[in-house]
Design a protein around this ligand. Structure first.
Ligand SMILES: Cc1cc2nc3c(=O)[nH]c(=O)nc-3n(C[C@H](O)[C@H](O)[C@H](O)COP(=O)(O)OP(=O)(O)OC[C@H]3O[C@@H](n4cnc5c(N)ncnc54)[C@H](O)[C@@H]3O)c2cc1C
Length: 592
C-alpha cells in the first residue's frame, strides 16, 4: 500500500525523474491487502464534519497509552481523506449509507468497502506512474553512498524466479516493505504454519534494511497481539462495531468489568479512557483465560438472526479472510447457532495498526517540534532514506489508507530531496555491490558444497535450512521475549538469555543452506526477521515498565511508569561492531 502510494506521488512531483517500484511478489496481489479488505480503517470524513485530524491524534494517543508521534499522525490524518477519494475515483466501490448518502460507517474511523479488488486497483495507479515496476525482486540490502557517510545510494536484490542479481542506484530510497509475522512462534504450527494473522510473507525487511544501513528505530517493543476468531484469525472489527456482537466467557458471563480494579492498579487512569485501549481489552481476555474460564466466545447467535447482519458477517470474511469462513465450515460452526471461539494471536511487529514499531523519522516542517526535524518529511536518520506504512514508527492507526497516504507524503519529500541534490553524483562502487552479490548467493554455495555430506534426508552437519532457522528463532522469541507459551510475559534474565541465544543464531546464519531460489528468499527473510527480533528484544529490555499489558508484560516491572517512561525508546545498530545503542526520546503532546 505505502509503496504504491509512494510510486504514484513520486511521478506527480517528479515528472522527469526515474521512478522504480521494486517488489518481491507482484504488486497486483502483494502485501497485507493481497486478499482484499472489507473496510478502510482510517477515514476522517472531514467533508461532512464527522471528525477532524486532531480527533484522530487523540484517539491514537489514547489507544497507545499516551505514546505516539503526534506530528506524524496529524500529518496523515489531515491528508488521508483525499487519498480515499482517489481510491473511489479509481474504481473502489465504497458502501454508502442510503439515508445520508455518506460513506457507510463501520465505526467512528472505519468505512465499509467492497474491497476484494482493493489491491489491484491501487496497484494500477502505481503501475501507470512508475518508470518501471520490478516484480519478483527481493531486496536484500541497501547500498550506501561512498562519497558521503550516512547517505543511502540505492538497493540490491535478486529475482526470485530467475536468480538474476539487480543493482538499483538511487538518490532516494523509500522503504515500504510491510511489517513482520513469524518473529514469534505462531499458534498454528506444522501443517497450519502459514496461517497467521499478519501476512506470512511480511518478513521484517522494512526494519532490517534500514537497521543495517544504520537508521534509528523506535518503539520496537510495542509489538501487537490481536484478539481474533480462533484458528482462522478472522477480524472482529465489523462484528463488534457494525453487527454489535459482544464477548462472554465459557459460562456466558461478561468478564471485562471483573478485571477493572486489577487493571487500574497496573495502569492507573488509562483504564478509564474511552475507547478502552486495545491492549487493555486483550488484558482482561488473557486474565479470564488464565483464571480457567475460557474459552472466550463472540456472541453471534443474536445478531445473526437478522438476515442482513448474517450476510454482512459472512461477506466480511469472503472479501478479506476467506480462511476464516473455511475454518468455520470445516469445524461445523454456523455463527447463527454457535457462538464462535476467540483467541489472542502471537505477537507481530508492525507500524500501521494498533501499534507503532518502526523507523525514527523526521516530521513535517510546519508541524513537528524542532527535535523531530532533521531534514525532509519521513526521512530516517540516514540521508536519502525514507519510509512509509509499517516501516515508520510512532504512528499507529494509519491502516491501509493511512499507509498509502504516508507513501505519498514520503514521496513528495523524497522528490524534493532528489531535486535539491541537483547534479551531485552519488558514488556506489562496483566492489560494494559485487561483495553484496557474493553474500546474497552464499546460502546456495553452502548448500552445493554441504549437500555432498548427506546421503538422504535434510539434516546436514554443515548447513542450516531456512525452515530450521526460522523455527529456532520463533521458539526463542516465544520463550524468552514474551510469546504465547509464556502468556506474553518476560523479564530481564529471560531477555538477557534470549539475546545470547539470538547472537548464537546470528552466527549460525552464516551457514544457511539454500537448495533453490525459493529457499534463498526464505534465507534472506530469516536474516531480516532475526535482525528485527534483536531490535525487539533490546527495546523490550530497555523499557523498564509494562506500558501495554495485553501486548506484553515485564514481570520485573509490572506497572506502567509514566514518571520514567513517558518517552519513546530509540535504538541504533552498529553493523561494524554488531552492538545496539539505546536512548530515550521525548514525547511531545501537540494536540490538547
Ligand atoms: C489480516 C489483516 C486485516 C487488515 N484489515 C484492515 C482493514 O480492514 N482496513 C484497513 O484499512 N487496514 C487493514 N489492515 C492493515 C493494512 O493492510 C496495512 O496497514 C497496510 O497494508 C500496510 O501497508 P504497507 O505498505 O506498510 O505494507 P504492505 O501493504 O504489506 O506492503 C509491503 C510490501 O512489501 C513487499 N516486500 C516485503 N519485503 C520485501 C523485500 N525484501 N523486497 C521487496 N519487496 C518486499 C511485500 O511483498 C508487500 O507487497 C489489515 C491487515 C491485515 C494483515
Amino acid at each position: 500500500m505505502a509503496g504504491c502510494g509512494a510510486t504514484y506521488e513520486s511521478r506527480y512531483w517528479g515528472r522527469d525523474l526515474k521512478v522504480v517500484c521494486v517488489e518481491k511478489a507482484n504488486i497486483e496481489r502483494s502485501g497485507a491487502v493481497a486478499q482484499g479488505l472489507y473496510a478502510i480503517n482510517c477515514y476522517m470524513g472531514m467533508q461532512w464534519d464527522e471528525n477532524q485530524p486532531e480527533d484522530h491524534v487523540r484517539y491514537a494517543r489514547n489507544d497507545l497509552m499516551g505514546l505516539v508521534r503526534e506530528d506524524l499522525g496529524y500529518d496523515i490524518a489531515r491528508h488521508v481523506d483525499a487519498t480515499v477519494h482517489k481510491f473511489e475515483e479509481w474504481g473502489l466501490p465504497i458502501m454508502k449509507d442510503p439515508e445520508t448518502g455518506r460513506y457507510q460507517r463501520e465505526g467512528k474511523w472505519q468505512i465499509m468497502i467492497h474491497g476484494e479488488s482493493y489491491k489491484p486497483i491501487v496497484a494500477e495507479a502505481a503501475r501507470k506512474a512508475a518508470t518501471e515496476v520490478y516484480n519478483r525482486i527481493m531486496v536484500t540490502h541497501l547500498l550506501m553512498d561512498e562519497s558521503k557517510p550516512n547517505r543511502v545510494g540505492g538497493a540490491v536484490g535478486f529475482n526470485v524466479r530467475t536468480g538474476d542479481f539487480y543493482v538499483f542506484r538511487a538518490k532516494a530510497v523509500i522503504v515500504c516493505a510491510g511489517g513482520a509475522s513469524h518473529i514469534y512462534k505462531p499458534r498454528s504450527v506444522g501443517e497450519g504454519m502459514g496461517r497467521t494473522w499478519y501476512a506470512p510473507w511480511s518478513s521484517a525487511s522494512a526494519y532490517a534494511l534500514p537497521i543495517l544501513a544504520g537508521a534509528k528505530m523506535t518503539q520496537m517493543e510495542n509489538r501487537i497481539v490481536l484478539t481474533r476468531f480462533k484458528d482462522g484469525y478472522g477480524p472482529v472489527g465489523a462484528y463488534f462495531l457494525h453487527l454489535k456482537t459482544y464477548t462472554e466467557n465459557a459460562y456466558g458471563e461478561e468478564y471485562e468489568s471483573k478485571w477493572y480494579d486489577h487493571t487500574k492498579e497496573l495502569v492507573g487512569d488509562y483504564v478509564d479512557r474511552h475507547p478502552v485501549p486495545t491492549c487493555l481489552r486483550n488484558h482482561a481476555f488473557l486474565e479470564e483465560m488464565k483464571a480457567g474460564r475460557g474459552p472466550i466466545r463472540m456472541v453471534t447467535k443474536e445478531a445473526f438472526q437478522d438476515p442482513h447482519k448474517e450476510t454482512v458477517g459472512w461477506e466480511n470474511f469472503l472479501g478479506m479472510t476467506i480462511g476464516q469462513a473455511v475454518v468455520w465450515a470445516s469445524q461445523n460452526i454456523d455463527p447463527k447457532h454457535v457462538n464462535p471461539e476467540l483467541t489472542t494471536s502471537e505477537p507481530y511487529v508492525m507500524g500501521s495498526h494498533a501499534t507503532c514499531s518502526g523507523a525514527w523519522a523526521s516530521g513535517p516542517s510546519d508541524y513537528a517540534p524542532a527535535e523531530y526535524q532533521w531534514g525532509y518529511n519521513r526521512m530516517m536518520t540516514v540521508e536519502g532514506l525514507f519510509g512509509a506504512g509499517d516501516t515508520i514508527g510512532g504512528t499507529a492507526h494509519k491502516f491501509s489508507s493511512g499507509s498509502f497516504c504516508e507513501g505519498r507524503i514520503a514521496a513528495k519529500a523524497a522528490v524534493n530531496y532528489v531535486n535539491d541534490l541537483r547534479n551531485e553524483k552519488l558514488q556506489v562502487s562496483e566492489k560494494q555491490y559485487e561483495d553484496l552479490k557474493k553474500t546474497v548467493f552464499q546460502p546456495m554455495e553452502n548448500y552445493q558444497v554441504g549437500r555432498n555430506e548427506i546421503v538422504a534426508g535434510t539434516v546436514s552437519p554443515s548447513y542450516l535450512l531456512p525452515i530450521s532457522g526460522l523455527q529456532r528463532l520463533e521458539k526463542l522469541m516465544d520463550e524468552y521475549v514474551g510469546g504465547i507459551s509464556a502468556h506474553y510475559m518476560t523479564n530481564e534474565p529471560l531477555l538477557t538469555r534470549g539475546l545470547e541465544l539470538l547472537c548464537m543464531l546470528r552466527e549460525d546464519l552464516n551457514h544457511l543452506g539454500a537448495e533453490d531460489l525459493h529457499q534463498l528468499q526464505r534465507a534472506w527473510e530469516l536474516h531480516h526477521r532475526l535482525l528485527a527480533s534483536e531490535s525487539v528484544t533490546h527495546h523490550t529490555m530497555f523499557r523498564q515498565e509494562t506500558r501495554w499489558p495485553g501486548y506484553y508484560y515485564r514481570a520485573d516491572h509490572p506497572k506502567l511508569d509514566d514518571e520514567d517512561w513517558h518517552c519513546f525508546t530509540v535504538s541504533r545498530y552498529d553493523r561494524e561492531s554488531g552492538e545496539w545503542e539505546m536512548e530515550k526520546a521525548p514525547v511531545y503532546h501537540i494536540v490538547d
